[in-house]
Design a binder for this molecule. Structure first.
Ligand code: TZP
Ligand code: MG
Length: 203
């Protein structure tokens, strides 16, 4: 499941998040994150989860732990873990996925100790989707995180058809893609292209 394209559907990037989700699923994407910095909406989680479940895909909710319990996983930034009993959160997630954004090797080690299922790291390239994403880490930065953890690494930030091959060749297990899908004229076709390209290029 944790291999290939990890699509991020963000209502801040698209006016029709459910339509975008349908297109991505039709294009073969099997891991989707619902990201909503204006606030995760439970109705949206439920509507998305119906659609992902019907396709055998996983829905991961960003930020909002309780909402994630209605889906297949939770993605946390470092700030989402501060002051929380992460061991207890891991237990409450049960078999759901638990992903943690990590900028440096030390954070990846801690995430693994907490029982995370994957590490997210980036930005791989320049992005306007996350204002405080920091400078691009590129292939060298991605390789450093991959080398530092036994967990699957999801590369994120500024990934599109132009640089997907570099991400695949840098040891990432998955490539997270948000705005490239949101602005695509034909997101289903782009999803199918990226899914197939990853299979062809990744080791
Ligand atoms: N975290 C690091 S970069 C980023 C996040 C959420 C944004 C990724 O979006 P895009 O549009 O694919 O660059
Ligand atoms: Mg967060």
């Amino acid at each position: 499941m944790l291999v290939g394209i990890y699509a991020i559907v963000d209502p801040g990037l698209t006016e029709r998040p459910l339509e975008l989700l349908e297109a991505l699923l039709a294009g073969g994407v099997r891991v989707v994150q619902y990201r909503a910095k204006a606030g995760v909406e439970r109705e949206v989680v439920r509507a998305m989860h119906l659609r992902t479940r019907a396709q055998g895909a996983a829905l991961i909710v960003n930020d909002d732990f309780e909402a994630a319990l209605e889906a297949d996983g939770w993605h946390a930034g470092q700030e989402d873990l501060v002051g929380r009993d992460v061991g207890e959160l891991r237990r409450r997630l049960g078999g759901r996925l638990f992903g943690v954004s990590c900028g440096v090797a030390q954070e990846a080690l801690v995430a693994a100790a907490f029982g995370a299922d994957y590490v997210g790291t980036g930005p791989f390239a320049a992005t306007t989707t996350k204002a405080d994403a920091g400078p691009a880490i590129g292939a060298a930065g991605l390789r450093a995180v991959v080398a530092a953890t036994r967990l699957p690494v999801v590369a994120i930030g500024g990934i599109d058809s132009a640089n997907l091959d570099d991400v695949a060749r840098s040891g990432a297990r998955m490539a997270a893609v948000a705005s490239a899908f949101a602005r695509a004229a034909d997101p289903q076709a782009l999803a199918a292209e990226l899914v197939m390209r990853w299979r062809a290029v990744a080791a």
